[in-house]
Design a protein. Structure first.
Length: 174
């Protein structure tokens, strides 16, 4: 009887873990990608300010140099991913500020530039989505998912509450 109870509890834990992970989610491989908001089709944009440093926002999905929607995603040695503007010198990375707004900054080394990027689909013929989550390697409590949030400056913020992952349509650029 006791082993049956343990087996049932183990199955319940496994089912809960499966629900927490989006269906068909897989890690993104290194490359250049475009992330489009599913709500309005606008893309996650580099800042238009000096050296492309500043607040990330949503805008037209163009390949224009100052408004490019293309992001370089690459694995870091600690297992998290770096999301940067391609070809930037010095390198600039997607960074989480202490108020949970998302910026591009030229410091790619600290915990605020560490992300997990996974992708998936709701099934055959459906849009492929990307789930961009802040996951600092030091296990601090600044985790959360990148969302399009109209109530904050720049519309992009990391929310700590569990959120459906279907916010960004994913297009591989190269």
């Amino acid at each position: 009887m006791r082993s049956r109870v343990i087996a049932v509890m183990a199955a319940a834990v496994a089912a809960t873990a499966a629900l927490a992970q989006p269906a068909h989610a897989a890690p993104l491989v290194d490359g250049v990608y475009r992330f489009a908001a599913l709500k309005d089709g606008k893309c996650l944009m580099w800042p238009k300010s000096y050296k492309n440093i500043g607040m990330v926002s949503l805008g037209a999905c163009t390949d224009n140099g100052s408004t490019s929607a293309n992001w370089h995603v690459r694995q870091r040695p600690n297992g998290t991913m770096e999301v940067s503007t391609p070809g930037s010198n010095p390198r600039t990375c997607l960074r989480l500020e202490t108020d949970y707004r998302v910026m591009v900054n030229d410091n790619c080394a600290d915990k605020y530039a560490e992300w997990t990027v996974s992708y998936g689909s709701a099934g055959p013929g459906s849009v492929v989505w990307a789930d961009i989550e802040h996951t600092p390697g030091d296990q601090s409590n600044s985790w959360g998912k990148l969302v399009d949030s109209p109530d904050v400056t720049g519309r992009i913020v990391v929310r700590r509450a569990p959120i459906e992952p279907h916010y960004w349509a994913l297009q591989q650029v190269s």
